[in-house]
Design a binder for this molecule. Structure first.
Ligand code: SF4
Length: 345
């Protein structure tokens, strides 16, 4: 989590860097009417009305007493202020929030994806491009009310969705904040922008709340995941099960008439040097276990960041041949809903 594949080369693409609830937002916002289709209602609104959304938020909140929100299952009592492997305790910490124009096109629209960067991270990749955020150096204390207000500000500024980056360890806060924001008019889809390493038990609690899952599928080999992502040897198996559950909940991602995504599973795969990510195996598994029109973004932008220079095999960008090989494999496997990036070599 926190790797280039989710927080990819972002900061140069931000149009309105929100340091807080800046006057810019209040004066430049449209009311977003044209971007929120009248015939679409995200699932969380009904769960808000029935009280189920708040109940599930409370259920996740209680899990922080002996935390098992992510596959680390480190069992710390976050409610008593202890920080887990992810670096988080029960106090919300975020790094930034802003419209983001560098995400996948069906998420961006005219207003930019309404991105909220959560601080800290449970996966902790050695090549993380946003390591200040994932390692907890860039973190501002917040509250559930403040998180709700961030969502409402992003919606008001014209963002067609709310995009939670690295949400897992703050899933209780997110649900409770969505519940508050829903009572004040939040109505755009929610994007769960994750490393993919998610417990199915937790995902089931999110069923009907999250509209768009945006997971990475980083590694095919547990030994690679362990080496580069802090001992996460279970990554491939857990992520495969998570992808199946995400697909069960939201199905294939297809844009609506206006080109914007409202619902579905959008998978990202970052091609890494020297086949560290096992691209052919990752792509082959998707082709064999999910519909052929499953959305897959094959990402080319790996750059050695953070501690990657200490690992010679990942201390360079990928070659054109490495990227093309992954793309060719996806096509020959029959995948039809591919996001293929232009060459930057
Ligand atoms: S979310 Fe954090 S505290 Fe909870 S199990 Fe994962 S690493 Fe541990």
């Amino acid at each position: 989590m926190g790797s280039v594949s989710r927080r990819n080369i972002i900061k140069s693409l931000i149009v309105a860097p929100f340091a807080g609830f800046a006057p810019y937002l209040r004066t430049a916002m449209s009311d977003n009417k044209e971007r929120v289709s009248p015939d679409f209602e995200p699932g969380y609104l009904n769960l808000h009305r029935t009280g189920e959304l708040k109940r599930r938020g409370g259920e996740l909140w209680q899990m922080m007493e002996s935390c098992e929100l992510c596959p680390r299952m480190c069992g710390v009592n976050k409610l008593k202020g202890k920080r887990g492997f992810c670096g988080a305790n029960s106090r919300l910490e975020t790094a930034s929030f802003h419209p983001h124009f560098g995400e996948e096109r069906p998420l961006v629209g005219q207003g930019g994806s309404g991105t909220i960067f959560m601080s800290n991270c449970a996966l902790r990749c050695v090549f993380c491009i946003n390591w200040e955020v994932s390692q907890g150096k860039d973190r501002t204390p917040g509250s559930i009310d403040a998180l709700a207000n961030m969502m409402l500000s992003l919606q008001k500024s014209g963002c067609p969705n709310i995009n939670f980056v690295t949400p897992t360890h703050y899933s209780p806060h997110i649900l409770l904040a969505v519940d508050k924001a829903a009572s004040k008019g939040l109505k755009v889809p929610l994007v769960y922008n994750t490393c993919g390493w998610e417990r199915v038990e937790i995902l089931k609690i999110l069923d009907g709340i999250i509209d768009i899952y945006l997971p990475d599928f980083k590694y095919a080999d547990g030994q690679m995941a362990s080496k580069y992502s802090s001992g996460a040897v279970t990554y491939p198996e857990i992520t495969r099960n998570a992808l199946l559950e995400m697909h069960r909940q939201v199905g294939v991602a297809k844009p609506s008439e206006n080109g914007l995504m409202r619902r579905g599973l959008m998978i990202r795969h970052l091609v890494m040097p020297n086949n560290v990510s096992g691209s052919k195996e990752v792509i082959g598994w998707i082709a064999e276990n999910l519909p052929k029109d499953t959305y897959l973004n094959i990402m080319s932008q790996y750059r050695p960041a953070y501690k990657a220079s200490g690992y010679p095999e990942i201390s360079r960008s990928i070659t054109r041949e490495e990227y093309q090989s992954a793309v060719n494999h996806a096509k020959s496997a029959g995948l039809t809903n591919l996001e293929i990036q232009g060459y930057s070599w």
